[in-house]
Design a protein. Structure first.
Length: 220
């Protein structure tokens, strides 16, 4: 394991630069988890059962996306792996984050936004209907699961709760906006890594959508 030998948990929501962060971590030597395997544990997360997730964490060094970036997970992992590092990626402008998130959802499903519920309920990523289930157990599907105010409120509340939890633990927690010119320096200093990448990678939404659709064989 690189850095100071601790695990690194990336706990920012999707569309805050998590894939770029994952790329940086891999470049400096961290072993990242199988994202599909961890995402399949969404039902365990909904029950707040972290046993399988903790076992999964024993096989890698750095982790991101669902369910690592969902509420409550960071508390469980903080208790299970003392001395770990937690990185919150965020966008200062919540409206900008929502626009990026909604555009990504539409591109992934290959439709307009908001998408039809029947499509989301059967969309075959991770497993059929996984995306709908994720929406259901997080911000909720009452009304529209894509309602702007509801989704932004969930995003902001999650970020605020993380900041409060780690308020007096700067050695364990870093919040960064990857567009900040100093983000990479701050990250490497926080992780105590000497081998620094040349720059922060620019992983676009289009690249991520293509990758996801390729992995799950969604395109002919």
């Amino acid at each position: 394991m690189v850095g100071n030998g601790c695990k690194v948990f990336c706990i920012g929501f999707a569309k805050t630069g998590t894939t770029s962060l994952k790329t940086v971590l891999e470049e400096v030597g961290y072993r990242t988890q199988d994202v599909a395997e961890s995402a399949s544990l969404i039902e365990d997360w909904a029950r707040r059962d972290y046993r399988s997730l903790i076992e999964l964490c024993k096989r890698s060094d750095a982790f991101q996306d669902v369910p690592f970036n969902l509420p409550f997970t960071y508390q469980a992992l903080d208790a299970a792996f003392p001395g770990s590092k937690f990185v919150l990626t965020f966008r200062e402008d919540s409206e900008k984050w929502y626009r990026s998130w909604s555009t990504f959802i539409a591109a992934l499903l290959g439709t307009d936004f908001p998408p039809e519920e029947t499509l989301v309920k059967t969309f075959p990523v991770v497993y059929d209907g996984w995306l709908w289930r994720l929406l259901e157990v997080t911000a909720g599907t009452e009304g529209s699961p894509f309602d702007r105010e509801k989704v932004i409120r969930y995003y902001e509340a999650h970020n605020a709760s993380i900041r409060e939890y780690f308020r007096f633990r700067p050695e364990s927690f870093l919040a960064i906006e990857l567009g900040d010119p100093m983000a990479l320096d701050r990250l490497c200093e926080f992780l105590e890594v000497e081998q620094r990448p040349v720059g922060m990678p620019n992983i676009t939404s289009k690249m991520i959508v293509h990758g996801v659709r390729t992995v799950w064989k969604l395109d002919p």
